[in-house]
Design a protein around this ligand. Structure first.
Ligand code: AR6
Length: 231
């Protein structure tokens, strides 16, 4: 599905100032858009039907842990759905925990159009993938594979054939990929989260002990992959 008509709302004021920047850090001040930024969707909470309260607790825990270890990075949780339940849960919990709102915030919009729709540059985006790392299937996976062009499929296959739940793989984009050219996205990180949907492979049948463990591993793996990308 093509969702490009949905406006980006709720965009944090901290980054819109840096709109002019594209590799402009050699002159003058570092602006918000120069900071290594990972945009990520909420893993497992739509098609994979993971409980939103549990998922939002885990996002907050993992974001907090990562930001206290790694400097000069920003994390942005993105959801296409206006008035997203996940985004409101996460925003409330982030405020409660006093997480620095310049380093972690939420954006309502299409993760494949953050720059063109809001002037917000994220050099890395995460994908809530499937275990075969295949395009399509709906959700954010279909959106990212279609926005990046066929080259993403080929580049992905070079890195990995499959993913196990809780793990991730970094795929660099070629400069001629539409996502790179148009949005400034240099890498996609595929992540496979835990699945609670009986119609999808590896269903955990509401085992939230296992499910939460795998979701924690998924975010740890995602953030470590992000930190490992060469600047
Ligand atoms: N931009 C930003 N967020 C989005 C977009 C988008 N273009 N599209 C969806 N979301 P889901 P999962 C949000 O279902 O639950 C796929 O078919 C969505 O609102 O994409 O991990 C894969 O192939 C939700 O908050 O991923 C797997 O088989 C979040 O992205 C399976 O679904 C994740 O929703 C993975 O299921």
């Amino acid at each position: 599905t093509e969702n490009s008509s949905i406006p980006v709302s709720n965009v944090d004021k901290n980054f819109t100032k840096g709109k002019d920047v594209m590799g402009g850090s050699s002159h003058g001040a570092v602006t918000a858009n120069d900071i290594q930024t990972l945009a990520f969707p909420s893993i497992s909470t739509a098609d994979f039907q993971f409980n939103h309260e549990n998922a939002s607790d885990i996002i907050i825990e993992k974001v907090d842990e990562f930001l206290s270890k790694v400097e000069n990075v920003r994390l942005v949780l993105v959801d296409l759905i206006p008035g997203s339940h996940m985004l409101s849960l996460v925003r409330a919990k982030a405020a409660q925990k006093h997480i620095d709102s310049k380093r972690f915030f939420t954006v309502a919009g299409d993760i494949t159009r953050l720059y063109t729709e809001s002037g917000f540059r994220c050099n890395v985006i995460a994908n809530a993938a499937n275990w075969r790392l295949r395009p399509g299937g709906g959700g954010v996976n279909a959106a990212i594979f279609s926005a990046a062009g066929q080259a993403l499929e080929i580049a992905t296959k070079k890195r990995a054939e499959t993913l196990s739940p809780g793990s991730s793989v970094v795929v660099p984009l070629l400069p001629n990929s539409p996502l790179y050219e148009r949005e400034g996205v240099t890498h996609v990180i595929h992540v496979l989260g835990p699945n609670m949907n009986p119609q999808r492979p590896n269903c955990l049948k509401n085992d939230y002990i296992k499910g939460c463990k795998i979701l924690r591993e998924a975010y740890s793996s995602l953030f470590e992959s992000f930190a490992s990308i060469e600047r």
